[in-house]
Design a protein around this ligand. Structure first.
Ligand code: GTR
Length: 399
């Protein structure tokens, strides 16, 4: 068969398989079976958690381990050395408004290395280190074009610079190619033992690991205020941003845009994408143990409200889009709601309300924040404008 014909049939079969997946899923609220969520404030031994100290000493480490063992795999943080090299710099980028640095982050372990290419713009008019947004980019690299010849709402760098923030991005392919046959050609080469383990890291873990290496760099970068870094991810990137924030307390704020299954949506709510489907379509995203929960969400010792709670008391903003039912907007709101009890231990002032806010209305004056944008599965200027307002509010950067 001619290769173009083969490619055509491959594309048609992928599209129809996906359409079929979506058709087979439940989108009817009345057909969501009853479920009981695991309790964030009760340890596995049955002890009730009643203050932030007990949460941090007893329950938080336990939940982290449960997510490692059952969902995302371990997140190793040991390496032999790390090297930062500025490979390109332009102090007059964006008509003089921004200072561009392209930084090569090289991480070494047992005679292997991984290269992460960081793109960083900081506002030239800043008189002190600035807070930053860091995107884990799962879309084509053109979306984060350092030359700014191509611009994209997915990473509206000019808008963010005008808001007084630094904006940075890394691409998922540097850490782990998003391909079931190639994903091990990145961070996992540094940690071969992870590949052999049933609770070993896979791509989502590797992408989150990359965000932590950028934090290692930001701690040395004087243009950035490393105490005010917001990690941002969309969809599969938004699953990684939550996992990164859960693990790395240096990430001061987390944004998880349309992250859906195994991101900010409750797994037990049988609506849209479920564990069986995600493990089948993307067998390289989660730890091998996660397959045990295919069609058996109730067996999971955790649910996604507990992932969000691991960031407490740091602010977490999850978003949905009205046409993105696959990612379950209601299940996302409910995951945030069910994380509230952990934030309350810290005395946080919560503002989500008991029902989802009106469409296109962002609740941001709350450490657990949410909006449901009218539109499709994407990250747009509407979303980013609200991310900036959210960061302004929580970082205390009134401009
Ligand atoms: C979908 C997948 C979702 C989401 C999305 C994306 O196909 O089912 O869980 O991650 O891809 O990353 O855009």
């Amino acid at each position: 068969m001619k290769s173009w014909l083969f490619a055509y049939f491959l594309l048609v079969s992928i599209i129809s398989a996906r359409a079929q997946d979506h058709e087979e899923s439940n989108y009817d609220e009345t057909k969501v079976p009853k479920y009981t969520l695991p309790k964030p404030l009760k340890t596995q031994a049955g002890k009730k958690i009643s203050n932030a100290g007990e949460w941090e000493d007893l329950r938080k480490p336990e939940i982290l381990r449960l997510f490692e063992d059952n969902v995302y795999g371990q997140l190793p943080n040991d390496y032999d050395s790390i090297k930062f090299t500025t490979v390109r710099e332009d102090r007059k980028s964006m008509d003089g408004k921004a200072h561009l640095k392209e930084v090569l982050i090289q991480v070494f372990r047992i005679n292997k290395s991984v290269n992460i290419n960081l793109i960083l713009f900081t506002p030239t008019n800043a008189i002190k280190p600035v807070p930053a947004f860091l995107l884990i980019n799962n879309r084509p690299k053109e979306n984060t074009d350092p030359s700014r010849l191509q611009k994209s709402e997915f990473w509206p760098a000019e808008e963010v610079i005008n808001g007084g923030y630094a904006i940075a991005a890394i691409h998922v392919s540097d850490m782990a190619p998003d391909d079931p046959k190639l994903f091990m050609n990145g961070v996992l080469q540094l940690y071969p033992e992870q590949l052999a383990a049933d609770n070993g890291m896979r791509t989502i873990g590797a992408w989150a690991w990359g965000a932590s290496r950028v934090m290692d760099y930001f701690q040395k970068e004087i243009l950035v205020d490393e105490t005010k870094v917001a990690i941002v991810g969309h969809s599969r990137g938004g699953k990684a941003s939550l996992w990164a924030a859960a693990q790395d307390e240096r990430l001061a704020l987390c944004i998880s845009n349309c992250s859906g299954s195994t991101g900010a949506k409750l797994a037990r709510r049988q609506f849209g994408e479920r564990i069986m489907r995600i493990n089948t379509s993307f067998p390289h995203w989660f730890t091998p143990n996660y397959k045990k929960f295919n069609d058996n969400e109730d067996l999971l010792p955790v649910d996604q409200h507990m992932l969000i709670a691991l960031a407490a008391p740091r602010p977490v903003y999850a978003t949905s889009a009205t046409e993105d039912l696959w990612a379950d907007p209601r299940g996302t709101f409910l995951a945030l709601k069910n994380a509230e009890k952990v934030y309350k231990l810290y005395g946080s002032k919560l503002g989500l309300g008991n029902t989802p806010p009106a469409l296109n209305t962002a609740v941001i004056e709350s450490p657990l924040a949410y909006h449901n944008r009218i539109g499709d599965h994407n990250m747009t200027l509407f979303d980013w404008k609200n991310f900036i307002r959210f960061a302004d509010y929580h970082f205390g950067e009134k401009r």
